[in-house]
Design a protein around this ligand. Structure first.
Ligand code: SF4
Length: 539
């Protein structure tokens, strides 16, 4: 079989393609973006015309993937952990409707918040939805699990959650590929009202979901990804979940861990194996990246004697990403600090690129706001969030995708004047449009700046459904055309920008200002690509 050197995210993409996937739906978000990007550029995916365009947000991604599954095909939806909050509604309900073709929701968690606003652990969502979960410990397992996940989903007729973390997603290792499967043919669900969650039907479906829980548990007990590895020294038993198993084994390069290990890669938790390790060993150390998901559950289930240790009692730090040193320390080993962060990658505060259009927007906005006072600018998530840092100090909030407009609305309702929101073009279509509709509905006096850089810059330059049509969308949602103002954010238009911003800040209604200039990173990249293409043609 062919061998490839892949990032964990790419291994999942390759596994899904080889496993017969017909469509991937995603909104970009670090550390999950590379899964979809890999499919977009993959030869088989292009030949098979696997659906691989970006979705407006994570909720639409899960719903579209569910629609593809409804039609009998295998589909995947991908997102970062906070995206699962956006997609929570269809995610939970998909477990009740069940699926037809295999449906896999891949979520990349970000312990240590390398590029996220929180550390949340998606395994809680999987448990909440009562569906099987897979958590790979390395790139090969990421490939194998993605490859097999559609069958697991089809076996139980419910979605499967695949959970990875940043380190696995963004590190590279060799994987062995399996035989490429064909795509499923179009078929429709056997039960014609399965996907209609009217209360009477939803109750029936929910009972069905509860009814298969013991079979899902049994499958986890028998899963090859859950393994009991015996050890002579039973003074300690170690439960290692997902990538934590890899970190554990890095502490034993000779593969000679003296303690029994329970490796967990598939959930619900394998209780008979847990029984075995808890009963056989004097103490238990739980290693898991993210929240103390397993530890909390087994403490409730088993712990009468205080023998279970992990994140909850401080044996492992309660927050932050795991690494082999932390694991080594918890094992009582002498830690040599292999993982010291080099100076060159330490403490690099992010900043807007020089020449970025957001610099010019914030310079003009700050100057205008001097007249109106502080604490009145609500921002969203994107490169422009960096406007919170010096020298701009231009924004006063950043909570979640789409929150800028609705927070500005609430502040305006409370009497704040002017109340300003700053949002990007991609974030606006992600979840800003409905917020704008709320403002239009009540003619709330807010000024919304949609910083249009024609791309989703923060995650590397993905496309967005807003490109080229922001004005029409805003007018279509009910903003008066004379209060949709387009600007070019360049120093030479500084005075004009101040004039327009000031006029709209004084307007007692909904106004939208669209400063439009392409992100210089994507502009440079596309120029380079065009040059390479032109050179290829002339050769
Ligand atoms: S990537 Fe683009 S949008 Fe982001 S800071 Fe740089 S130039 Fe600005």
């Amino acid at each position: 079989m062919e061998k490839l050197l892949l990032l964990g995210a790419e291994a999942i993409a390759q596994g899904a393609i080889d496993g017969g996937m017909s469509g991937i739906y995603a909104y970009p978000g670090t550390p999950s973006t590379e899964i979809t990007e890999y499919v977009q550029n993959n030869k088989i995916a292009i030949e098979r015309n696997i659906h691989r365009n970006w979705s407006a947000n994570e909720k639409t991604a899960v719903e579209a993937a569910l629609g593809m599954s409804y039609a009998g095909k295998r589909a995947m939806a991908c997102m970062k952990h906070v995206g699962l909050n956006v997609a929570a509604d269809p995610f939970i309900n998909a477990a009740i409707t069940g699926v037809n073709g295999g449906l896999v929701i891949t979520v990349a968690d970000d312990p240590s918040m390398h590029s996220s606003q929180n550390e949340q652990d998606s395994r809680f969502y999987g448990k909440f939805a009562m569906i099987p979960m897979l958590e790979p410990s390395n790139q090969q397992e990421a490939y194998d699990m993605a490859y097999e996940s559609f069958e697991l989903s089809e076996k139980f007729k419910i979605p499967v959650l695949m959970r990875i973390t940043t380190r696995l997603s963004h590190s590279r290792s060799g994987i062995k590929r399996k035989e490429i499967k064909s795509e499923n043919p179009l078929t429709y669900p056997d039960d014609p009202i399965q996907f209609v969650l009217l209360p009477s039907n939803a109750r029936k479906r929910y009972k069905g979901l509860l009814g298969i829980q013991s079979s899902i548990e049994e499958a986890a007990e028998k899963s090859k990804y859950n393994k009991y590895i015996d050890g002579k020294d039973k003074s300690l038993g170690i439960i290692a979940c997902g990538i934590a198993f890899n970190y554990l084994m890095e502490n034993y390069p000779e593969n000679n861990c003296p303690h029994p290990i329970l490796k967990i890669g598939q959930y619900p938790m394998p209780y008979s194996l847990l029984d075995k390790i808890v009963n056989e060993c004097d103490k238990i150390l739980v290693l898991e990246d993210g929240y103390p998901f397993v530890e909390e559950q087994i403490k409730g289930y088993f712990d009468k004697s205080g023998k279970i240790t992990g994140r909850l009692n401080g044996a492992i730090p309660r927050d932050g990403e795991l690494n082999p040193d932390i694991v080594g320390k918890a094992l009582g080993k002498e830690v040599k600090q292999f993982f010291k962060i080099p100076e060159i990658v330490k403490n690099r505060p992010p900043e807007l690129c020089s020449g970025c259009a957001h610099r010019d927007i914030y310079t003009a906005l700050n100057e205008t706001m001097k007249e109106f006072g502080k604490q009145k600018v609500f921002s969203d998530i994107g490169c422009y969030t960096l406007g919170a840092l010096p020298p701009w100090n231009a924004i006063n909030s950043c909570v979640d995708m789409g929150a800028s407009i609705t927070m500005a609305k609430g502040a305006a309702d409370a009497g704040v004047r002017p109340s300003v929101a700053v949002i990007g073009d991609s974030t606006f279509t992600h979840s800003g449009m409905t917020a704008l509709l709320d403002c239009v509905y009540e003619n709330t006096p807010v000024t919304i700046i949609i910083a249009d850089n024609a791309t989703t810059a923060m995650t590397g330059g993905q496309t967005s459904p807003a490109t080229g049509r922001l004005e029409q969308i805003c007018i279509g949602l009910g903003v008066k055309p004379e209060h949709v103002r387009v600007l070019t954010p360049l120093p030479k238009f500084h005075e004009e920008m101040i004039k327009v911003i000031r006029e709209e800040l004084l307007y007692e209604g909904v106004s939208v200002i669209i400063p439009r200039r392409e992100c210089i990173q994507t502009a440079t990249r596309s120029k380079k690509e065009q040059r390479v293409k032109a050179e290829e043609v002339t050769q």
